[in-house]
Design a protein around this ligand. Structure first.
Ligand code: SF4
Length: 326
């Protein structure tokens, strides 16, 4: 019997999100874009789980569906024993405190007319998180926990650098003592040296606050440095999932292998973003038949354009979708 203590923190099952878009003028045609197509994974307590792939592969849509910032078409998302997709408005508000998001560009989500103190303190007042007299001190403590001086509290967003604003974004995500943080390209816009500082803060907080992360990034070196397990996405689907060691030391899927070879140095200080990957990502409006990767795959076989490969387990917790393994 499953004890709830043994449950993963987050369980995502068969998550699917399709968008309908219209193209053409004067006669428009409706297309279905399978942004996320039947993906499943779990995140354990105090684990950083990476979602990696080229831009447009659907990884950010997964993060937003998990948080219900957009509604998926189908699937199941469980946080502990809570069925996230079944929650009503009020329950959803409570759940959102447990799952927070850090965006790539924190500046766009910080109100330029409000001081950092106002931004951090107001939710604490509204939700009565602490006695009124303690709130300022808590806000200053949050800033200190991300390496900013308490004096930052009276400044406005434009007075900070990009890295400092991302620290404020992290402090804001910590307001409600979350269990899971979705970090969506959280360090992608930063210089490599600043990236390292932010990653170190996220790592320290993971230990200190027993946090888990869904870490979304197109930068494999960063994923390799920060995460314990990783799923590789291509055109809305997972093509491989495993531990960081498995994925980087012994990739099975030809796409993973190509990505790994384009990012051979496990050091986020060295920029290596899919530099050697041949060909463009096909349009998600009309993905290639069969295995979507076949037009770019050096190992494509006759069956590949005809049938989408089934997902096969390759040992405990490891899986791949490729005809080479079926
Ligand atoms: Fe390549 Fe075929 Fe595997 Fe797709 S299924 S990755 S085309 S070998």
């Amino acid at each position: 019997m499953n004890n709830s203590k043994d449950l993963p923190l987050l369980r995502v099952e068969n998550l699917t999100k399709h968008f309908r878009i219209e193209r053409g003028f004067p006669k428009s045609v409706t297309y279905t874009v399978k942004a996320v197509d039947d993906v499943s994974f779990t995140i354990n307590k105090q684990e950083a789980f990476g979602l990696a792939g080229e831009s447009g592969c659907g990884k950010s849509t997964v993060g937003r569906c998990v948080l219900r910032l957009i509604e998926p078409n189908s699937g199941r998302v469980s946080l502990g024993d809570m069925d996230v997709l079944a929650l009503g408005k009020n329950e959803l508000r409570i759940m959102r405190k447990k799952m927070q998001i850090i965006f790539q560009d924190p500046y766009s989500s910080l109100n330029p007319r409000r001081t950092i103190g106002q931004t951090l303190e107001e939710p604490m007042y509204v939700h009565k998180l602490y006695p009124k007299n303690d709130i300022r001190q808590v806000a200053e403590g949050l800033l200190e926990s991300v390496g900013l001086s308490p004096g930052a509290i009276d400044k406005y967003p434009h007075e900070f650098s990009g890295g400092q604003r991302q620290r404020i974004g992290i402090a804001r995500a910590l307001l409600f003592n979350p269990e899971l943080i979705v970090a969506d390209e959280a360090v992608s816009a930063l210089d490599v040296s600043i990236q390292m500082q932010i990653l170190q803060i996220l790592k320290d907080l993971k230990e200190k606050l027993s946090l888990s992360y869904l870490f979304i990034s197109h930068d494999l070196a960063v994923v390799r440095y920060f995460c314990q397990r990783v799923a590789i996405m291509y055109l809305g689907k997972f093509v491989e999932l495993g531990t960081v060691k498995q994925i980087f030391d012994d990739p099975l899927h030809p796409y993973t292998l190509t990505l790994r070879n384009a990012s051979p140095i496990p050091d986020p200080m060295v920029k290596q973003e899919f530099a050697e990957l041949k060909g463009e990502v096909p349009s998600p409006i009309s993905p290639p038949s069969g295995c979507h990767f076949h037009p770019r795959c050096p190992k494509a076989m006759d069956i590949c354009p005809k049938e989408y490969p089934t997902w096969t387990e390759q040992g405990e917790g490891r899986g791949v979708a490729c005809h080479l393994y079926t």
